[in-house]
Ligand binder design. Structure first.
Ligand SMILES: C[S@@+](CC[C@H](N)C(=O)[O-])C[C@H]1O[C@@H](n2cnc3c(N)ncnc32)[C@H](O)[C@@H]1O
Length: 364
C-alpha cells in the first residue's frame, strides 16, 4: 500500500497519492454538479441558449435571464463546470469571448420543441429535497436490520407513497416527472420495440399516472382502447384525455380487465413479494396467452443496454435510488425470471432495450 507515511516513495507513487486525493475531492463535491444542473433548469438556461440560436456569452445569459450583473463571475463558473462535465458546450466567439452552447445532453432539457420530449421535469423531481434528504440517513439505515423501512421513511416519517399522497406539490412533481418520461419513452417506441404493442385490442396501464403513456399509445395505435389505473388521488388530479378511461384503485387488490397489462417503471419500486402480488393481479386481469393475453414490463434489466461506464454507473445509481426511496430494486434477468415464475407466468421474452431500460413481454 502506498501512503505518504512511507519513508521512501518514488515520484510516481507521490503522483498516484495526489491523483487519489483529487478523485476523493471530486467524489465529495460531485453533488454540486447535480445542484448546478438543477439550478440551470430552474433558471431556464437551456431555453435561453436555444432561443438565441447560437452559443450565448455570459452577458447574453445575464440579460436574457434577468440575472443581476453582479453575478456575472458566479454564472461563468457554473457554466464552466456544467460544460466541463458535458451538459453545455463551451465555444469561443469570433471576437474571442467565451460562450456556451447546447450539447446533446442539454438539448434534452429545452422546452422549446413542442411535442418533443423534455427531460427537465424528471430531473427536477429526482433533485427535489424530499428525494435528496434521505441520503443523509444511509449509514443510520444500514445499522438497523429491518429492510421494510427506507431511508426516505427515516427522513420524513412517512413512506414515499404516503407522502406523495399527502403533499399535492410532491405528487405534482412526481406526476410531471413521470409524464415527461412517458413522452420520452413513447417517442423512442416509434423507432424501437414498437412490435410489443402491435395488434392489441385493450390495454390497462397499471400505475399509469396521469395517462400520458396511454394517450401516446392510443394515438400511435388507432383502435387500441386504453385504461389508466392508478391510486385515486393520482387519477382524481389528472387532466382527463379524450378516449382514455381512468380508474382509481389499488393494484394490490384488483385491476380492470384488458388484453394486455402494461407495467411501466412500476415493479422496480417494490420488493419481490409485492411484485409477485402485482403480477398475480395482472394475470387475473388478462386472458390466456392463446387469446392474446400478456403483460408488458418496461423496466431495467441489470446488465442489458450497458455499453459505457456511465450507463453501468447509472443502473447502479437507480438500484440505490430504489433502495433509498422505496423498498424496490433494479433486477437482472435471473431475478426477473424468478418473479415471473413465482407469479405463475409460463414464459417471457426481452423484446428490446430502450437505453438503460428494456421491454419484456410476460405470458400467462
Ligand atoms: C414510478 S411511477 C410510474 C408512473 C408511470 N407508469 C410512468 O412510467 O410514467 C409509479 C406509479 O405507481 C402508482 N402507484 C403506487 N402505488 C400504487 C397502488 N397501490 N395502486 C396503483 N398505483 C399505484 C403511483 O401513483 C405512480 O403513478
Amino acid at each position: 500500500m502506498t501512503t505518504l507515511a512511507s519513508i521512501n516513495h518514488t515520484d510516481g507513487e507521490v503522483q498516484d497519492i495526489l491523483e487519489a486525493q483529487a478523485v476523493l475531492w471530486n467524489h465529495s463535491l460531485s453533488y454540486i454538479k447535480s445542484m448546478c444542473l438543477k439550478c440551470a433548469i430552474e433558471l431556464r438556461i437551456p431555453d435561453a441558449i436555444h432561443s438565441q440560436g447560437m452559443p450565448a456569452t455570459i452577458s447574453d445569459l445575464l440579460s436574457f435571464l434577468s440575472i443581476p450583473k453582479t453575478k456575472s463571475r458566479h454564472l461563468r463558473i457554473m457554466m464552466r463546470l456544467l460544460s466541463c462535465v458535458g451538459i453545455f458546450k463551451s465555444h469561443i466567439t469570433p471576437s474571442g469571448e467565451e460562450a456556451f452552447g447546447l450539447s446533446p445532453v442539454s438539448q434534452l432539457l429545452t422546452t422549446a420543441f413542442p411535442g418533443s420530449p423534455c427531460s427537465s421535469p424528471f430531473i427536477l423531481f429526482l433533485l427535489d429535497h424530499h428525494l435528496v434528504d434521505p441520503c443523509h440517513q444511509l449509514s443510520r439505515w444500514f445499522r438497523i436490520s429491518d429492510t421494510s423501512t427506507t431511508p426516505f421513511e427515516m427522513a420524513h416519517g412517512k413512506t414515499f407513497w404516503d407522502l406523495t399522497g399527502a403533499q399535492p406539490e410532491l405528487n405534482d412533481l412526481l406526476n410531471k416527472g413521470m409524464g415527461c418520461d412517458s413522452v420520452f419513452v413513447m417517442d423512442v417506441l416509434k423507432h424501437v420495440g414498437r412490435e410489443a404493442f402491435n395488434g392489441i385490442g385493450t390495454l390497462v396501464d397499471v400505475g399509469g399516472g396521469t395517462g400520458l403513456t396511454a394517450a401516446a399509445l392510443a394515438k400511435e395505435f388507432p383502435g387500441l382502447k386504453c385504461t389508466v389505473f392508478d391510486l385515486p388521488h393520482v387519477v382524481n388530479s389528472a387532466k382527463k384525455m379524450e378516449g382514455i378511461q381512468y380508474v382509481g384503485g389499488d393494484m394490490f387488490l384488483e385491476l380492470p380487465p384488458a388484453d394486455v397489462a402494461l407495467l411501466k417503471w412500476i415493479l422496480h419500486d417494490w420488493s419481490d413479494e409485492d411484485c409477485v402480488r402485482i403480477l398475480q393481479r395482472c394475470k387475473e386481469a388478462i386472458p390466456p396467452k392463446d387469446k392474446g393475453g400478456k403483460v408488458i414490463v418496461i423496466d431495467m434489466v441489470v446488465g442489458v443496454g450497458i455499453n459505457t461506464q456511465t450507463s453501468l454507473e447509472t443502473q447502479l445509481l437507480f438500484d440505490l435510488e430504489m433502495m433509498i426511496l422505496v423498498t424496490g430494486k433494479e433486477r437482472d434477468e435471473n431475478e426477473w425470471r424468478e418473479l415471473f415464475v413465482a407469479a405463475g407466468f409460463s414464459d417471457y421474452k426481452i423484446i428490446s432495450s430502450i437505453g438503460l431500460r428494456s421491454i419484456i413481454e410476460v405470458y400467462p
